[in-house]
Design a protein around this ligand. Sequence first.
Ligand SMILES: [Zn+2]
Length: 298
Amino acid sequence: MIRLATNLVTLACGAVLSCFHISGALAWGDEGHEVVALVAQSFLDGDVRKRVNALLAADTDPLTAHDIASAATWADKFRDANVNNSRERTRQWHFVDIEITAPNFDEACFNHPPVPNGTTASDGPASDCVVDKIDQFAAELANPATDIEEQVAALKFLLHFVGDVHQPLHSSDDHDRGGNAKRVSAAGFSAGNLHHFWDTEFVDQLGPDSQTIASDLIGHITKDQQTQWQSGSPADWAKETFALSKDDAYGQLPAPNARGSFRLTDDYVTTATNDVGIQLSKAGVRLAMILNQALHKP
Ligand SMILES: [Zn+2]
C-alpha cells in the first residue's frame, strides 16, 4: 500500500515536472543559479557582502534556505509555488524572447512597461521582460527609501534574473518555446529537449556540484575578463546572449532527422559546455557589479 502511494506520488511529480518543462518557464536548473551566486559572492566588496548576508538573514520566506546560493533559486520556487498567483504574475519576468528570425528587443520586452506609481517592482506588470526587471530591482535595492521586505525581494530576484538573462535559450526564441519544442539526444545523455540540455545537462558537464564548479570558474576568470565583462547594461548582456544563442545553441544544431529530432555531435556538446562555463562566469561577475553598485556605502 505504502509503495503504491509512493509510486503514485512519483508519477504525479513526474507529470508536474514535465509540465513545467513544456511551459518553457524554467531557466538554469538550481545548480546553474547557485553557481552564478557563488561566483558573484567572491567578487563582492567586503561591506556589500555583509549587507547581502544581513538582508538574506532577515528573510522569513520558507521556500528556500537563506544562504546566497539557495536564495538564487528562490524566484523559480516562488513562481512554481503559485503564491498569490505568482505563476502568472512573474512567469514572463524570467526571459526575453528575442526571435531568432526577426529580432526585436523592444517587442520582446513588451515595449518596456513602467512600474506603476505607488507600487513596487515586485507588484509590477506581469508582461515584462527579465532585462527590465533587473533594472527595476537594482534601482530599488540602491534606494534607501525601499522598505526592507521589498529590498529582500529585490535582492533575491536579482540573484536569479542576472543568471537567467545569461541562459542562451532565455534570451532567444525560434518559435519553439525557447527550445522546449526541439527534441534532442547526444551520446552519453538521456534524450530531452534543447532547453533542458542548456539548463542542466551542459552545467552538469562542468563539475559534480555547484561549489566545485564555481571554485573552478572563479580560478579561471582573469582581471581583463572581469574588466571587460563589467561594461554595458543588462540590455547589452541580453543582446550578447542572444547572439551566442543564434551562433551556437541554434546555429550549430545539426539537421533534424526524419522524425524531426536533433542528434547533437560531440563538437556541439564541447562548444555548449564551454559556452555555459563562460555564461555562468559572466553572470557572476556582472551580478557582483550590480550588487556592489547598489549596496556600497559611500
Ligand atoms: Zn528563472
